[in-house]
Design a protein around this ligand. Structure first.
Ligand code: G4P
Length: 529
């Protein structure tokens, strides 16, 4: 057995995804309370962009501050080391969330009982589904009136394309909410509306047909529950751990995060079934977590929280082996060895220097500009982790230098912000003009603000009509067809930051026309193909 097998087996690294307002922050906080990682409610700050804030960029800075603190929330529960990776819910930061999802081993999806499946949930679950990430669904806010349980389960199956099976079941809802029946543990937990209520109040009900249930919740509610559970058993498959781990079956829990109700059930099941750190594909081979040698990759970079120091923190997910302080590791892209004297581990409210970290863990490395998102670290093997592609941005603008004396600062600022993954930079082939592409309109403000405050550079934007950026792959770069394409479309061609050729289509129509005209050229919507 590996020396660190025990550490590996007790790690669970996951993300909570939801549409804003479904209750992600509240649930995170209750989980941390269970782990004893925080002492009181309100300790976890929401990372969402509050509506109606005085000014957007101040709000962004506030959000960014919080986002450092909540990037990784680690705690222990029943000897299991749990790492929660934070995912911004705001759609303008969806790319951040997609990148974080490359570092999780499973997810919990939070759905609002009244609103059901919302837009952001659909997008994020789609990404998890494509990667076969195991998912548990938590239906939240049962203390409020909402949709009927069957209707919701149906909606989740239809809209999210999942196969669900309830592992807990609500008894009434809203005003009539009486509690939940825990299918997984076969007991009833009565709702009192008191968040401090102890878990000892759970009542074992081994036989649903016994009068005990009627005594607890009343005759009619008991009969209702029996009927509905019977129906559910007929409609939904039995829970199967392998099917869940392979992403083919998604168990569902009901509860109210705000009332800390149904959360303990969720957590107890989670530590039982959620995967230990999983293997990961690299360009070269599949890497298993229990391999002796350390490997890991950067999935997030946080920069310049203190403008006086150019500090950046690169977040590394450990995929295999042990990561040790002061040991030299190979930065594969730059082909150079680096040592880290003060790697950070994250806990609920603080970060600390650690000597050793294990697969599943996240370490924060102080960086002076070596890292880009997606970079791989190893003990010497030339390995490149896959799976952090760039998607075509949705918004495009020319970026201009507004202070000619500061052009160096501007170039450096743009370069570093792009490494962080704030936006994408394209350089037009024809005239070298720079174009910024972003997922949400908010990012343009973020960039302008940060360039000024962190790099002392000023920029202006100019509108530009681009519908999508597509990455170009030619069957034969010497073909007449490709030469013709490059000549006729030269106005629309640019290079991305890695030097890959990109076609900037001004409309869906022109993209289609171009594709039809050049059948031997492939137009990709992501940078990895
Ligand atoms: P998010 O991170 O997914 O965006 O959601 P968050 O936890 O911030 O919750 C959004 C709102 O929903 C919050 O109210 C929160 O108190 C409420 N909420 C969360 N869980 C439950 C629940 O189980 N029942 C009910 N009734 N409400 C719940 P808010 O008024 O927007 O914010 P706050 O001022 O209370 O912080």
């Amino acid at each position: 057995m590996k020396s660190f097998q025990k550490e590996l087996n007790r790690r669970r690294t996951f993300g909570i995804i939801s549409h804003p307002d479904a209750g992600k922050t509240t649930l995170t906080e209750k989980l941390l309370l269970f782990g004893g990682a925080i002492q009181e409610a309100g300790a976890v700050k929401s990372n969402k962009i509050k509506k109606g804030a005085t000014s957007d960029f101040m709000e962004i800075e506030r959000q960014r501050g919080i986002s450092v603190a909540t990037s990784v929330l680690a705690f222990e529960y029943r000897d299991i080391k749990i790492n929660i990776l934070d995912t911004p819910g705001h759609k303008d930061f969806a790319e951040d969330t997609f990148r974080t999802l490359t570092a999780v081993d499973s997810v919990i999806v939070v759905i609002d009982v009244a609103k059901g499946v919302e837009e952001q949930t659909e997008k994020l679950v789609e990404v998890c589904r494509m990667r076969s990430i195991p998912m548990i669904v938590f239906i939240n806010k049962l203390d409020r009136e909402g949709k009927d349980a069957f209707e919701l389960l149906d909606e989740i199956e239809q809209k999210l394309n999942l196969t669900v099976t309830p592992l807990s079941y609500p008894i009434g809802m809203g005003y009539d909410f009486k509690g939940i029946y825990n299918i997984w543990e076969k007991n009833v937990n009565l709702f009192t509306g008191d968040p401090k209520k102890d878990i000892e109040d759970t009542i074992e009900i081994s036989d649903l047909n016994s009068g005990e249930l009627d005594d607890l919740i009343g005759n009619s509610a008991a009969n209702n529950l029996r009927d509905e559970l019977e129906l559910a058993q007929g409609v939904y498959p039995e829970f199967n751990k392998d099917a869940y781990l392979e992403g083919r079956l998604q168990p569902v829990f009901f509860g109210s995060a705000l009332n800390n109700f149904g959360v303990r059930e969720l957590l107890d099941c989670f530590i039982n079934i959620a995967p230990t750190p999983r293997s990961k594909e690299s360009e070269e081979r599949l890497v298993k977590p229990d391999e002796d040698k350390f490997t890991g990759f950067v999935f997030k970079i946080h920069a310049n929280m203190d403008p006086k120091h150019r500090d950046r923190l690169a977040f590394i997910k450990i995929v295999s082996g042990k990561f040790e302080r002061n040991k030299a590791y190979l930065h594969v892209r730059q082909n150079k060895n680096l040592k880290f004297s003060s790697p950070n581990a994250f806990f609920a409210e603080k970060k600390e220097i650690v000597d050793v970290s294990y697969p599943g863990d996240i370490v924060g490395l102080h960086d002076t500009g070596n890292f880009k998102i997606g970079d791989t670290l190893t003990e010497g093997e030339k390995l490149n982790y896959r799976g952090i592609p760039s998607f075509s941005p949705e918004h495009f603008r020319y970026i201009n230098n507004a202070d000619p004396m500061k052009s160096k600062q501007l170039a450096k600022g743009i370069d570093q912000l792009m490494d962080e993954g704030v936006a994408q930079l394209f350089t037009l082939e024809l005239n070298g003009r720079k174009i910024i592409g972003t997922v949400g309109a908010l990012q343009f403000e973020v960039i302008q603000y940060r360039l000024e405050h962190e790099y002392g550079a000023k920029c202006t934007y100019e509108n530009l009509n681009v519908y999508k950026a597509t990455w170009i792959e030619a069957e034969d770069e010497k073909s007449e067809e490709f030469k013709d394409f490059k000549r006729l479309k030269s106005k629309f061609l640019a290079k991305d930051k890695k030097g890959q050729l990109v076609f900037l289509a001004d409309s869906q129509f022109s993209l289609q026309m171009t594709r039809d005209k050049y059948p031997s050229i492939k137009f990709h919507f992501t940078s990895e193909f």
